[in-house]
Design a binder for this molecule. Structure first.
Ligand SMILES: NC(=O)c1ccc[n+]([C@@H]2O[C@H](COP(=O)([O-])OP(=O)(O)OC[C@H]3O[C@@H](n4cnc5c(N)ncnc54)[C@H](O)[C@@H]3O)[C@@H](O)[C@H]2O)c1
Length: 263
């Protein structure tokens, strides 16, 4: 392969506009960097103004402060993308939370349950609803909704609302992928395994015992790096995945396929 070939392969998104929620941190930030490096014009949506602005500046994109639970703010996010760049080609609906008061069903209160459903699941409904009209007019688009491996695997270390919200994201993405396929729009649920981001570190990565309990189930023996998830998003966003639709796209180091892992 010549240098030019490899450069071309890495510039799959030239001329495309990508909206990313949760772009200020973790998987969203790594994806903003990756999509921009592949040529996309990136709109970074996040509730964190300072970090979101910094992310947009770094990737030469546009920052929009958005609370993804607010329908008007979500509509404004996608409208800004269209008004600024003239299209909405990629929607990476990724913002999510994993708060400590979402735990076992025995101890998780209704308020904690609802908050997680709002941020993790209702937000994806709002973002898809806002992105689809642009994509339908263009007859082109790729929507990638961040679910999780916990949408398909049960955990005895429960976060009940989080898990249920991700199951909802997965089922909703499948249905939208089927409904809009003949309009040139693909919708996939991305299911990352545990990724070493602030969200996960907060949960257990900084506690060796809690981390070890999880690591034993991961065939590759480590948590993912956010760049490895971003690479999968870039694939799903690009025409390289033109026949990949309505999937639960697992990027999990083999967790979901494992019974006994290597020692
Ligand atoms: N880290 C993991 O192990 C892992 C595994 C599977 C799935 N996920 C999912 O990946 C997504 C990203 O997670 P991450 O690990 O990068 O987390 P993170 O905490 O590093 O980043 C999440 C971002 O979302 C933003 N955000 C939170 N609430 C928001 C709101 N109401 N409106 C707008 N923005 C908001 C935060 O400000 C932050 O920038 C989440 O949906 C998460 O559930 C993470």
């Amino acid at each position: 392969m010549t240098t030019t070939d490899s450069e071309n392969i890495c510039r799959r998104l030239v001329g495309r506009t990508a909206v990313i929620t949760g772009a200020a941190s973790g998987i969203g930030l790594a994806t903003a960097r990756r999509l921009a490096s592949e040529g996309a014009r990136v709109v970074c949506g996040d509730i964190d103004e300072n970090a979101g602005n910094a992310a947009a500046e770094e990737v030469g994109g546009t920052f929009v402060r958005v609370d993804v639970t607010d329908p008007e703010q979500v509509e404004a996010l996608f409208k800004t993308a269209f008004d600024t760049y003239g299209s909405v080609d990629i929607a990476f609906n990724n913002a999510g939370i994993s708060p400590p008061d979402d735990d076992s069903i025995l101890t998780t209160g209704l308020e904690a349950w609802k908050r997680v459903q709002d941020v993790n699941l209702t937000s994806v409904y709002l973002c898809c609803k806002a992105a689809l009209p642009y994509m339908r007019r263009q007859r082109r688009g790729s929507i990638i909704n961040t679910a999780s491996f916990v949408a398909i695997l049960g955990a005895a270390t429960s976060q009940i609302s989080y898990t249920a919200s991700k199951g909802g994201v997965l089922a909703m993405s499948r249905e939208l992928g089927v409904q809009f396929a003949r309009e040139g729009i693909r919708v996939n649920a991305l299911c990352p395994g545990p990724v070493n981001t602030p969200l996960l570190q907060e949960l257990f990565a900084k506690d060796p015992e809690r981390a070890a309990r999880r690591l034993v189930h991961i065939p590759v023996g480590r948590f993912a790096d956010a760049t490895e998830i971003a690479a999968a998003v870039a694939f799903l966003a690009s025409d390289d995945s033109s026949f990949v639709n309505a999937t639960d796209f697992l990027v999990d180091g083999g967790i979901s396929g494992a019974y006994v892992t290597p020692v």
